[in-house]
Design a protein around this ligand. Sequence first.
Ligand SMILES: [Zn+2]
Length: 62
Amino acid sequence: MEDKEIKRETKGIDTSIVYDFKQYPDEISGRCDNCGNTLFKSSVKDFIFLRECRACGMKKSI
Ligand SMILES: [Zn+2]
């Protein structure tokens, strides 16, 4: 059996929740709080700007 998980080290932040940027500002500006990744996917939903980490999927509304 192969046990190869492509997993970055995360802080265990729940990625199914959308966090509010005002309540949870970036620890390091422009970096994901969960895994430190700098690449994000952006989308707009109901006039709310959503930023999703490409690595771990953590979401923040900005
Ligand atoms: Zn991340």
